[in-house]
Design a protein around this ligand. Sequence first.
Ligand code: ADP
Length: 220
Amino acid sequence: RTLSEGDSVVVIGLGRFGRALAVELAQSGVEVMGVDTDEEIVQELNGVLTQVVRADASREEVLHQLGVAEFTHAVVAIGSNIEASILTSSWLLRFEIPAIWAKAISEPHGQILKQLGVHHVVYPEADMGRRVAHLLRGSIADYQEIGGGFAMVTAAPTPSMVGRSLEEIGFRKKYNLNVVAVRRPEGEWEHATGETVPRWDDQIIVMGPKEIAESFIDMA
Ligand code: ADP
């Protein structure tokens, strides 16, 4: 469930990740309450978020006092203290907050959060590391995981795509990937259709299952 008018977000843990997330949301006009045990962090964000509280969010009575159960969205952005991350997440689940997101710092940490029932588990360091690896290799202009096992790749068309229409190639059937947009050098993005004929100096946006999108990069 994405944010709509009147929604409110509680961000627990205002480290590098939680802080960036909370500030970005607040600046786009969303009501955000931040919670952290660190007094200095709370001071720094005072006035930047709708409300900032110094508290230990792994304690049920604390979350109650803060009225956390009334929020529509919660983000558990505690990474290094796995015990606090798990405890906090389990209270939020018990409060039946409709959308709970949590950051995991390792695969086992993420597994536990998923098994608890956290709706969205994200791995910011691992995701960004993979993304930068793809960018470093230079085969692609951009690589973005979009969740749910899908990824979006901006790249040059593969040599075998050049000069034939997407329909002729049977691109989607052949690769289980969709070409969604095409752009000429200096031009604007345009929707791709079956009639689109990629040229060697075009950029294309390809979307589909992550593993297949990654293997497309190897072809590009
Ligand atoms: P990052 O890598 O994004 O900086 P960290 O895991 O290092 O993430 O930061 C976690 C933040 O969560 C820290 O600011 C820490 O003070 C806060 N934190 C840790 N445990 C709790 C807790 N029980 N309640 C509230 N905040 C917490």
